[in-house]
Design a protein around this ligand. Structure first.
Ligand SMILES: [Zn+2]
Length: 379
């Protein structure tokens, strides 16, 4: 993809272009914004432009430069093997000296940062003027690794461009922040996400659901809405989830937990097929968290209806289910359930057993009055 094809991030790209035009291009960037808003896509397109052998002036005032798409560099880039484009992600751990057969951890391993960034920055470009490093999930680079990176962020060689992608600025050390040019990526407008999903063949009401569910993250909306499942669709799963919630009884909780586990594995399996360089642990967690977020969205809708706010429901397409759930809970109970959902959501990252997560969630939800004692020490 080229810079001019990127969707709805004109402000972020404009700030990159202005600095470039003024000859003040940074060599260390921090691209900050929610997951799926286009940080990674922009980083790749920016890298492709810098590496291009025949950069194009798309517009003069204000200057907008882009890659040509046809030169040797652009073609190598698109084929995925450009020697001067170095994406850095935690799954690289298995290619580190000590990392053979290591499972991908939740945090970015320091060995990856050391062996794929710090030890490599002295290597000069092999094809063009630059070497571009893009560090994915920089918020998962822990304190020690961030400290280890400071020197290369402070004084990268003139041919180096380092881009950190980050969803949570609060996880970054002030020393890291001060060495990088911050580029903020805002949420994508809901109508634009709907438009895009509809252009992918998704129905309007389904597209509206995913756009609201994804809260401005086009990437997240696309990855849910366009996922091809073998016997079902993610949308059919969400519809069944709400129907099941609407009629949930204590005696159904264990069966429904099993169904949620199975659904999470189906979704994760399909995602894994679509992206083979991401760890399956991460994908499974993402699917489990997504299903919990669907429950949270439903409970938030219940609370909205409770205060008479009927527009912009995430589950506008299943208002009858939201009404049915509302009959079971008071606004206060729904709020407490949301809190409980966030707690089990956190358990997912702590590698708690999937069965336990969904059973705790549903045993609680099936019990409209009494909330089971749920503490992190109970896991
Ligand atoms: Zn080119």
């Amino acid at each position: 993809m080229s810079l001019s094809e990127i969707f709805c991030q004109d402000r972020a790209i404009g700030s990159l272009q202005r600095a470039y035009a003024a000859g003040r291009m940074a060599h260390a960037y921090l691209f900050a914004g929610d997951d799926g808003v286009g940080k990674g896509t922009t980083a790749r397109a920016w890298a492709k432009m810098l590496l291009c052998e025949n950069r194009q002036t798309i517009r003069k005032d204000p200057l907008f430069m882009d890659s040509c798409g046809v030169c040797h560099s652009c073609q190598t880039f698109e084929a995925g093997g450009h020697p001067d484009f170095r994406p850095i992600y935690k799954e690289l751990v298995q290619y580190t000296k000590e990392g053979k057969n290591k499972k991908t951890p939740v945090d970015m391993p320091i060995d990856v940062i050391r062996e794929f960034l710090i030890d490599k920055v002295a290597n000069r470009p092999t094809m063009g003027d630059f070497v571009v490093y893009v560090v994915d999930e920089a918020e998962k680079v822990n304190r020690n690794s961030q400290n280890a990176m400071l020197k290369v962020l402070e004084e990268p060689p003139h041919y180096c461009v380092i881009i950190l992608l980050c969803c949570r600025l609060d996880e970054m050390l002030p020393t890291t922040l001060s060495r990088c040019q911050l580029v903020r990526f805002g949420p994508v407008e809901q109508t634009k996400i709907v438009e895009r999903l509809v252009s992918e063949g998704i129905s309007k009401s389904e597209a509206t659901y995913w756009a609201r569910f994804s809260q401005g993250s086009l990437g997240r909306a696309l990855s849910w809405a366009t996922l091809e499942l073998k016997d079902d669709s993610t949308y059919a799963i969400k519809q069944q989830l709400l129907e099941k919630l609407a009629s949930l009884e204590l005696t159904d909780a264990v069966d429904m937990a099993e169904w949620m586990g199975k659904s999470a594995r189906t979704i994760a399996g399909a995602w894994a097929k679509a992206a083979d360089d991401v760890s399956t642990t991460d994908i499974t967690r993402r699917a489990q968290k997504g299903l919990i977020q669907m429950v949270i969205a439903a409970l938030n809708d219940v609370m909205k209806l409770g205060i008479g706010q009927t527009d912009e429901l995430v589950n506008e397409d299943q208002k009858n289910c939201i009404e049915a759930i509302r009959c079971r809970y008071t606004g206060e109970t729904a709020a407490r359930h949301v809190e409980m959902c966030y707690q089990v959501h956190r358990w997912v990252d702590s590698s708690v057993n999937e069965k336990l997560i969904f059973e705790q969630l549903l045993l609680n939800l099936s019990n409209s009055d009494i909330l089971l004692k749920l503490t992190d020490s109970s896991i």
